[in-house]
Design a protein around this ligand. Sequence first.
Ligand code: ASP
Length: 276
Amino acid sequence: MLEKYLLSMKKNFIFVEIKNRIVMNLLLISNSTNFGETYLAWPMTQLESFCEKNNLKADSKIVFVPFAGVFINGNPYPQSYDAYTARVKKVFDEKLGLKNFVSVHEVENKIQLVNEAACIVVGGGNTFHLVAELHRYGLMEAISKVAKEGKPYIGWSAGSNIACPTLCTTNDMPIVQPASFNTLNLIPFQINPHYLDPHPEIDKMIKHGGETRQDRINEFLAVNQNMKVVGLREASAIWVVGEKYYLKGGKKMMVFKYGTEPVELEPNAEITSYVI
Ligand code: ASP
């Protein structure tokens, strides 16, 4: 009897696990804007296909999280949230035809808004501030839950970093102290957005003696030896469709693992076996 019960529990557990892995739909973008280009220009084709694939229509409720934006167009926090929302809303309206765009900072009941969303969009900026605010409002759990249940999720920069187990591979300064470094935990590896290759000739020219990005990632791996870190270069993105991971955009991607040589992956290919 007990055995039968345990077996059914196990089956349920496996079902929930499989269901979670099968239904997730994430678009994790390294950067919103390439140097010298207009806002969200390079990822527009990715955004278009993601919205089409997820059947997002003009009136689908797009819920934006502006909490990483602490200084936007000269507006300091908290006015920065209005400026940030206006900036992203304009692009979603004019370029993607998505007219029903609401930010979590505009409503009292933020968790309800997240639950009603057709898609969650998390913009970049300061990752520590983003994470602090998400924990403060109970939104880290709320967003994690709905994304794991299949609600489409789009993030760029800090918004991609928080899809990982923790914020520990951000490039940002800790300008505030979040209640926890734990983040949405939608994917099992860490992303370092805006990944930069070493440029010894520039370092020599400017006499820069600090760590390279790879040095910093190696420090993370030295104390988190079972984790993988993905170095996501500018103009690239990871699509997560259920259990499968794809690298999009025009750049190769680095995968770092403690004690092994980094692997470089080609764009526009499935990368699942390298990252999980
Ligand atoms: N500050 C970056 C962003 O644009 C995140 C990072 O570099 O870690 O969101």
